[in-house]
Every structure is written in structure tokens, then in C-alpha cells.
Design a protein around this ligand. Structure first.
Ligand SMILES: O=C(CO)COP(=O)(O)O
Length: 120
């Protein structure tokens, strides 16, 4: 299965800690990770293999959305920063909408992500 990992800047530290805590699950052979650009760099530094898209503001969320529409993404973990302002909010909303359109599980905070990883 393919899991998309995304984190807004204000949540990247939280995301890295979360990923490190659950690294053995994310490193399983049957799991491929994709991520927006900067999030992906953080994941690589944490020792994970990940396919990196463009940075979010440059279209990375849109790339992930496109793959999702093609049936190539099975789960999205998106640590959103609800207190931040994002120039590409329209892309973020599109991605979340398409998760609903295509019935793809989407975790937008750590508590939800914790439950998701229990299914891996
Ligand atoms: O902005 C993002 C999600 O909307 C995340 O993008 P980066 O991982 O490139 O910072």
C-alpha cells in the first residue's frame, strides 16, 4: 500500500517525532511512502525511504491528489497546522475533498494518525 505523508511547517517537528516512534511500521516491505517535498526531506533524514513530490506550495499536494485520483494512494496522513496561513490553501482543500470523493482515509492530526497506524 502507498501512504502519503504531509506536514505543514508548524507541524513538521511533531510529524518527525511521530514517524520515528512508528518507524518499523512505515518501513514494512509492503508499504511505499510518498510525501510533499520538504516533508519528504525530513522523512529521509529520519531514515525512511520516500518518494518526494514538489514542495506543497509548488504543487506537491496537487501531485499527491492526482495520484490519489488514479488509485495510487491508499492512505493520507496530513499533519495540518490549523493556526497557520498557507498560500496554497486551495490545493490543500482540493486534496482533502478528493480523499472524500474517492473514499481514501485521511488523518489530519496526530490522534487520528495514531489510530491509522494501528491498522498497518
Ligand atoms: O505545504 C505542505 C502541505 O500543504 C507541505 O509541503 P512541504 O512538505 O513541501 O513543506
Amino acid at each position: 500500500m502507498t501512504i502519503a505523508i504531509i506536514a505543514h511547517d508548524g507541524k513538521k517537528a511533531e510529524m518527525v517525532a511521530f514517524i520515528k516512534d512508528h518507524a518499523p511500521l512505515f518501513q514494512q516491505k509492503n508499504i511505499d511512502l510518498i510525501a510533499t517535498g520538504t516533508t519528504g526531506s525530513h522523512l529521509e533524514r529520519a531514515g525512511l525511504e520516500v518518494k518526494r513530490m514538489e514542495s506543497g506550495p509548488m504543487g506537491g499536494d496537487a501531485q499527491i491528489a492526482s495520484r490519489l485520483v488514479e488509485g495510487k494512494v491508499d492512505m493520507v496522513i496530513f499533519f495540518r497546522d490549523p493556526l497557520g496561513k498557507h498560500p496554497h490553501e486551495v490545493d490543500v482543500n482540493m486534496l482533502m475533498r478528493l480523499c472524500d470523493v474517492h473514499n481514501i482515509p485521511l488523518a489530519t492530526n496526530q490522534a487520528a494518525a495514531m489510530r491509522f497506524v494501528k491498522t498497518l
